[in-house]
Design a protein around this ligand. Structure first.
Ligand code: PLP
Length: 406
């Protein structure tokens, strides 16, 4: 008899986006003359930068000729892209090109990385609210107990609340695998250099590893804020960093990202012997992954040219201007907000249950947001508004919300 992985039965069914879709469909059916503006979605709306489109065409043309055709590429990514990343994103750190693993998404990498660590007894620290991939993949692997009152047993939840400015406190006990994400999804909050340094110290003291997800790095505008965890001295001994071209350059459908696993990083077997995490991840990727397509890697490399950098900045500036419009409008209406300054998300304290506020915005303004409760217990009392949209939609949505809530 074929049996299932019963850990999957522990997964709390995620009804968030299905629930949102149902309520929006019901509203549309009851109000056929009213348009709906969707500010809930975390997907880009602007097309690819021109340099990327040109590189995609060139890559396709190369595949059309016998002399330049390419079959399987290196599982870790082509050297031209790894070198461009090392030079473009890590010049001021210890990170070198052979510590960079190109992949088809930060979702897959943040989901897969856990499998190189122990299944039994590993102590997890995971933010609340959170990008759900971190927790769900550990549930699937059997590292948690049952879900009781919306929380999995055995997990240390890093609570992000108005009281701590949505930057979680360091646990008062040891943990082994720590997930951090700044600029944060969903809160848009960003940690300072000092706050990140304290996490690095904690990880060192506990022989732990930090998984640092910087998928939204391209939105950091405040130069005093760290863009990479490797700007913190000693982080290359305790941290893995993940980045993505999805939000940086509109690659959500094109698919390209990367994970940095420093050669200095070590983890231990049951006898306490140290092993290279870089070696384990390399083995895992070489066994289970066959690389990102050549034209897509060429398109990603084009981002690192001067022209590419200017085009990426223009796109991310556009979304940040949207974010500023949202934040200003909601603040004017009397709501406390975080995010939107170094992130494309604005996290709004609603003063009422997040689904009630969702219904209010939908019914009165025809605007869709994302209820914070869908991202975790600490998301209750908040909603997330995304700046990924046209200027026209953002402005119309804010006018409608102001008229409805004034
Ligand atoms: N990490 C965070 C925090 C995200 O919000 C997202 C996407 O929304 C991802 C990773 C996924 O990125 P990718 O498109 O590279 O898989």
């Amino acid at each position: 008899m074929i049996r299932i992985n019963e850990n999957y039965l522990k997964l709390k069914a995620s009804y968030l986006f299905a629930d949102i879709a149902k309520r929006v469909n019901d509203f549309a059916a009851a109000n056929p003359d009213k348009s709906v503006i969707r500010l809930g979605i975390g997907d880009v709306t602007e097309p690819l930068p021109e340099v990327c489109v040109q590189a995609l065409h060139e890559g396709a043309d190369e595949l059309a000729q016998r002399e330049t055709f390419k079959g399987y590429g290196p599982e870790q990514g082509y050297a031209f892209l790894r070198e461009a990343i090392a030079e473009g994103d890590y010049a001021d750190t210890s990170i070198s090109a052979d510590e960079i693993f190109v992949s088809d998404g930060a979702k897959c990498d943040s989901a897969n990385i856990q499998e190189i660590f122990a299944e039994d007894g590993l102590k997890l620290a995971i933010p609340d609210p959170v990008y759900p991939v971190y927790i769900d993949t550990n549930v699937m692997a059997g590292r948690t107990g049952a879900n009781v009152n919306d929380r999995y047993e055995g997990v240390t939840y890093l609570e992000c609340t108005p009281e701590n400015g949505y930057i979680p406190a360091i646990p008062d006990h040891p943990t082994d695998l720590i997930y951090l994400c700044f600029p944060n999804n969903p809160t848009g909050a960003m940690a300072t250099r000092e706050q990140l340094a304290a996490w690095v110290d904690y990880a060192k003291a506990n022989q732990a590893i930090i998984l640092y997800d910087v998928a939204y790095v391209a939105f950091i505008r405040d130069d005093s804020l760290p863009k990479s965890i490797y700007e913190i001295s000693g982080a290359d001994e305790v941290a893995i960093e993940m980045r993505s071209f999805s939000k940086t350059a509109g690659f959500t459908g094109t698919r390209c990202a990367y994970t940095v696993v420093p050669k200095k990083l070590q983890a231990y077997d049951a006898a306490g012997n140290a092993h290279s995490v870089h070696g384990l991840w390399n083995r895992r990727q070489a066994t289970k992954f066959n690389g990102v397509s050549y034209p897509v890697q060429k398109a990603a490399a084009a981002i690192y040219t001067a022209e590419g950098q200017a085009q990426v900045k223009a796109k991310t500036d556009f979304y940040l201007e949207n974010a500023a419009i949202v934040r200003e409008a909601m603040t004017k209406l009397g709501y406390d907000c975080v995010g939107g300054e170094n992130a494309p998300y604005i996290w709004i304290k609603t003063g009422q249950p997040s689904w009630d506020f969702f219904d209010l915005l939908l019914d009165k303004a025809g605007v869709v947001c994302t209820p914070g409760a869908g991202f975790g217990t600490c998301g209750e009392g908040h909603v997330r508004i995304s700046a990924f949209n046209s200027r026209e939609n953002i402005e119309n949505a804010m006018e409608r919300i102001a008229a409805a809530l004034a």
